[in-house]
Design a protein around this ligand. Structure first.
Ligand SMILES: *Cc1c(COP(=O)(O)O)cnc(C)c1O
Length: 345
């Protein structure tokens, strides 16, 4: 067993005395008058502070994901909050650095810049596969985190679990695996490795397969020790009450039919785009979107807009020259998009 990954956390964070809310301090039995938190006494459904420790929701999420409640962190600004808390916990500003694959999700770099942490990116291979040796060579003794988005945004492919485990075995800092699209993937989640590999943190979200982007709820799964520190670093009431209630309801719904419908439409869309003369390449996808290469991405992008369809132009991203990223929509939206691709002259 390797050294405890918590030793690479910032000393001020390890020493942190967290803010103690009124709701934290009293956890005993029946109370008639809650007059400890300066709330309004008049019940309008929203007058009470919510549970700052998300105890009920953590239990529900833990049983859904097959982990223990102590291994769960919930963010109320989506997984963007979980990304930021990784920086604030592990990276000393103006000293430490992180390493990420490129191209990948833009928030890793923005959050590094906000936290004044050096951001190093390592290009994927031209076919978007991962070169683990080059990734590890970019690390030095001040590298605290390696970011791996799998399935990766915007390329759409998932990396083999064996490669991510190899990185976690060879690197002594945190390996943060962003699995926002894992429900659409043929590659299994890394969740079952957080016990055997205590330096792995898995990020997931309710924004994609769950169809709840508007609620802004993201999750991080890690050792109980790391999740506990995240609980101290977060804003005390980072997840509002209505959102906690809504997620607790929605988590009972099954998403498997919607996920398999999207995967079916994705595969159908991929094969139809491959037959389209205006499309040069359709990259394999383990997500709810397709990355494609066309002859002139800017021109195709404008052509689609004229037809009322907006896709994401990724042509300026590394390795993505003339690439467009297309989210799988409803059948009608996909049909319209295909029609426009075929009508481009
Ligand atoms: C969409 C997405 C997320 C989700 O972000 P939220 O803040 O949870 O909505 C996270 N990571 C990646 C790579 C994404 O594409």
């Amino acid at each position: 067993m390797k050294h405890n990954p918590l030793h690479s956390a910032r000393p001020n964070i390890l020493a942190l005395e967290p803010y103690s809310t009124a709701r934290d301090e009293y956890t005993g039995g029946e109370i008639t008058a809650w007059i400890d938190a300066n709330e309004s006494p008049f019940n309008n459904g929203l007058n009470r502070y919510p549970d700052p420790r998300h105890i009920h929701l953590k239990k529900l999420i833990a049983s859904l994901k097959g982990v223990r409640p102590e291994q769960v962190f919930i963010g109320g600004s989506g997984s963007d909050e979980a990304i930021d808390i990784v920086y604030r916990t592990f990276c000393e500003p103006a000293k430490d650095n992180v390493v990420s694959i490129a191209p990948s999700y833009g928030v890793y770099k923005v959050s590094a810049d906000v936290n004044n942490v050096e951001f190093r990116s390592v290009l994927l291979n031209p076919d978007f596969t991962l070169d683990t040796d080059r990734l590890l060579e970019a690390c030095d003794s001040n590298t605290k985190v390696i970011w791996i988005c799998s399935p990766n945004n915007p390329t759409g492919n998932a990396f083999p679990i064996s490669q991510i485990l190899e990185i976690a075995d060879k690197f002594s800092g945190i390996v943060a695996v962003d699995e926002a699209y894992t429900d659409f993937s043929s590659e299994p989640s890394m969740l079952k490795y957080i016990d055997s590999h205590p330096n792995i943190i898995v990020l997931q979200t309710f924004s994609k397969a769950w169809g709840l982007a508007s609620l802004r709820v993201g999750m991080a799964f890690a050792t109980a020790e790391i999740a506990e520190i995240f609980g101290k670093v977060k804003y005390p009431y980072n997840l509002n009450g209505p959102t906690q209630i809504e997620i607790a309801h929605r988590i009972n719904e099954s998403i498997s039919k919607k996920v398999s419908d999207i995967i079916g439409m994705r595969n159908q869309m991929a094969s139809e785009l491959k037959r389209c003369k205006n499309v040069e390449e359709v990259f394999p996808s383990d997500a709810n979107f397709l990355l494609i290469r066309v002859k002139d991405a800017d021109a195709m992008y404008n052509h689609l807009i004229k037809g009322g369809v907006i896709v994401r132009n990724r042509t300026s991203q590394p390795l993505c020259h003339n690439c467009l990223r297309i989210t799988i929509g409803t059948q009608e939206e996909n049909d319209l998009t295909l029609k426009l691709f075929n009508s481009y002259e």
